[in-house]
Structures are given as structure tokens and as C-alpha cells.
Design a protein. Sequence first.
Length: 97
Amino acid sequence: MVNSLMLLAVEANRVIALRMMKLMRGGGSARREAKLMVSEKMHAAFEATASLMAGASGDEIIHRYRRRVAANAKRLSKLNSGRSRNSAVKRPRRRRK
């Protein structure tokens, strides 16, 4: 179980970094991501509580969290990899004299 927890921590840190990049860009997609993040966390907490009450082991719950974290990492990586560095950074135009 300790190994699974350590892997979950590493994977979750990656998702946090990807989400922070998206949130720093701002706009409508950042607002949607923030709402999605909060609703996912609430849903996962309720699901984990219900699973524990039903007799699930800690390993089973961690496995479910790791699957969700992996899905988020995949989704967020797709969004971030589609942009080139040049299109993401706007350079100011020079004024002609």
C-alpha cells in the first residue's frame, strides 16, 4: 500500500502542475477546469467514504484514485501539448517610424 501511495503522490503532483498551467492562462477554460476540479474532488471523497463504509480496502480506494488521476493527466496533457511555444507567447509588434 505504501508503494501505491507514493505513486499516487507523484502522479497527483504532475496533475497539479498541469492544472496550474491551465489556470494561469485564464479565460473560460480555466474557470471550467476550476469547477471540474472541485466537483471531482467532492465526488471522489463521497465515493471513497461510501467504499470504506461498504468494506473496501485502502488499496482498492487508492487504485481508484490513481485511475482518476491518470485520466486527468491524460486529458490535461492533450490540452497542453497541442500548442507550440510560439503560438502561446505573443510578442509585441514593433512600431514603424
